[in-house]
Write a protein that binds this ligand. Structure first.
Ligand SMILES: Nc1nc2c(c(=O)[nH]1)N[C@H]1C(S)=C(S)[C@@H](COP(=O)(O)O)O[C@H]1N2
Ligand SMILES: [Mo]
Length: 400
C-alpha cells in the first residue's frame, strides 16, 4: 500500500495522528528548525546584551562607540523576534503529528527530549507574545515584563540547546539527503512524513509552502522595521511606532504630565546640582548651563521596544561639568530626574560613557529648546545608550 522506503528517523518522525496534508515532513521541519534556531540565537544574544548594558556585571563595560550600535542590536532583537512568529507557527504545524506519537515515551533520552519541548515551545511562545505586547506597551499581566522575559529566555534557550543536540544528526541527514535529492537520487530521510499521511509532498509543494512562510516572515519584518529604519516607515503599517511622529518629530515614551514634571519644577526654580565625590559642588540654573560652551551631536534615541529615531542635540558635555566640579576624570555618575516616581527616573552613566565628549546634558533638540515631553529643561543624551538610560528632566548629577 505504501511505497515508503526507509522509515524516517524516530527523533523527528512520529507514527501517530492522521493529518491530511503531505507537508508535515522531515525536510520542512528541518528547514524551519534551522531558521528558528538562527533567529532565536540572534534574538537571545542581542537580548542578553541589552540586559548587560542595563545591568552590567562587573566584567562588562559597554563602549560608547559606535554611537548607533545599540540601535542596531536592539533593532535586531525586536525584528528577529517578530520574524520568528510565522516561523514558529509553521514549525509547530509541521511537526504537530509527532506530538501524538505512541508510545509517548520510548526511553529516558526520549523522555528528556520530549520534556524539554515544554520550555522550548512554551517559553518561545511566551517570549514572542510578551515581547510583542511590550512593543505596544500593552501589559495585561501582573508580572514585571523585563524580569519575566529575561528569565524565560534562559529557560527557552536551555530547551533549544537540548533540542538541537537531539535533532542535529537527523537534521543533517535530512538536509544532506535533500541535496542528493536535487541531484536526482531519492533520499532516504528527506521528505519523510512526521505522521500518517496521504502521501509525500512534492518538492514543488514544499518549496511553495516554505516560500510562503519566508514571505510571511519577511512581510512582517517589512511591516514593522520602519519603526527603526526610517525610509521604510511608509510600508511599516504594523509598526507600533512611527519614528517621525511626536513632539519635535521624535516619539516619546513618557510625557512630562505622566511623569508629574510640572512647569513649577522646570521654571525659574530649576537647578542642576552636581554632587557626590566632587571638589566643588555645583548648582546651576538653566541660564548658567546655557552660558557654558555647548557641543552638538547627532545621536539616536534607541528604545528597548525596538523603535529608534535620530536627532541633533546640543548641550553641555557631562565630562565638562565633571571637570568644572573638580571630579576625578572618568567617574561613574548617577543621574536623578525631577520625576519623583517610576523606574526610569534614575540612570547610571559608566565611566566609559561619562568620558565620551558626546555624552551631553542636552538643552536643545533639532535647534529648539527641548519640548517638555523630551525632558525640558535638561536631559541626558549619549552615544550608544538604550533609550531607558537617556534620562529626561535631569536635576542631579551624582559623582561616585
Ligand atoms: N525621567 C525619565 N526619563 C526617561 C524615561 C522616563 O520614563 N523617565 N523614559 C526613557 C525611555 S524608555 C526612552 S525610550 C527615552 C525616550 O526619550 P523621548 O521620550 O525623548 O523620545 O526616554 C527615557 N528617559
Ligand atoms: Mo524606551
Amino acid at each position: 500500500m505504501s511505497d515508503r522506503r526507509t522509515p524516517p528517523p524516530p527523533s523527528i518522525a512520529g507514527l501517530g495522528g492522521r493529518y491530511g496534508s503531505a507537508l508535515h515532513d522531515t525536510t520542512a521541519a528541518a528547514v524551519l528548525g534551522i531558521a528558528l534556531g538562527v533567529a532565536f540565537t540572534i534574538c537571545f544574544a542581542t537580548g542578553l546584551l541589552s540586559h548587560w548594558v542595563q545591568h552590567p556585571p562587573s566584567w562588562f563595560d559597554w563602549p560608547s562607540r559606535p554611537a548607533g550600535l545599540y540601535r542596531v542590536t536592539q533593532g535586531l532583537h525586536v525584528a528577529t523576534g517578530l520574524a520568528s512568529i510565522p516561523l514558529l507557527v509553521a514549525k509547530l504545524w509541521v511537526v504537530a503529528p509527532s506530538f501524538w506519537t505512541k508510545p509517548a515515551v520510548r526511553d529516558v533520552g526520549h523522555a528528556v527530549e520530549r520534556t524539554m519541548l515544554l520550555p522550548l515551545v512554551g517559553g518561545g511562545a511566551f517570549l514572542l507574545v510578551s515581547g510583542t505586547f511590550n512593543t505596544f506597551q500593552f501589559y495585561p499581566w501582573e508580572f514585571f515584563f523585563t524580569r519575566a522575559h529575561y528569565g524565560v529566555a534562559w529557560v527557552t534557550m536551555g530547551g533549544l540547546l537540548v533540542h538541537v543536540a537531539a535533532k542535529a544528526a537527523s537534521t543533517r541527514s535530512v538536509l544532506g539527503g535533500r541535496r542528493r535529492d536535487d541531484g536526482g537520487a531519492a533520499s532516504e530521510l528527506a521528505g519523510e512524513p512526521v505522521g500518517e499521511l496521504v502521501g509525500r509532498p512534492s518538492r514543488r509543494d514544499r518549496r511553495w509552502f516554505l516560500g510562503g512562510v519566508a514571505a510571511a516572515s519577511g512581510a512582517l519584518t517589512l511591516a514593522t522595521v520602519g519603526q527603526t529604519i526610517r525610509p521604510l516607515r511608509a510600508v511599516s503599517v504594523l509598526a507600533p511606532r512611527d519614528p517621525a511622529v511626536g513632539p519635535q518629530g521624535i516619539p516619546i515614551n513618557k510625557t512630562a504630565r505622566a511623569a508629574r514634571v510640572t512647569p513649577d519644577l522646570t521654571g525659574d526654580a530649576y537647578r542642576l546640582r552636581v554632587t557626590g565625590r566632587v571638589g566643588r559642588p555645583l548648582e546651576l540654573s538653566l541660564a548658567d548651563l546655557a552660558g557654558l560652551p555647548q557641543r552638538t551631536a547627532t545621536l539616536p534615541i534607541a528604545c528597548v521596544e525596538g523603535w529608534s529615531a535620530s536627532a541633533t542635540w546640543q548641550g553641555v558635555p557631562l565630562r565638562d561639568l565633571l571637570f568644572l566640579a573638580d571630579a576625578a576624570p572618568g567617574a561613574e555618575v548617577h543621574l536623578d530626574s525631577l520625576q519623583t516616581g517610576g523606574l526610569y527616573r534614575r540612570s547610571v552613566v559608566s565611566a566609559t560613557h561619562s568620558a565620551d565628549p558626546d555624552t551631553l546634558l542636552a538643552l536643545t533638540l533639532n535647534g529648539q529648546a527641548l519640548d517638555p515631553d523630551h525632558g525640558y529643561p535638561v536631559r541626558l543624551i549619549g552615544p550608544n545608550r538604550p533609550g531607558v538610560m537617556q534620562t529626561k528632566w535631569v536635576t542631579e548629577v551624582q559623582v561616585r
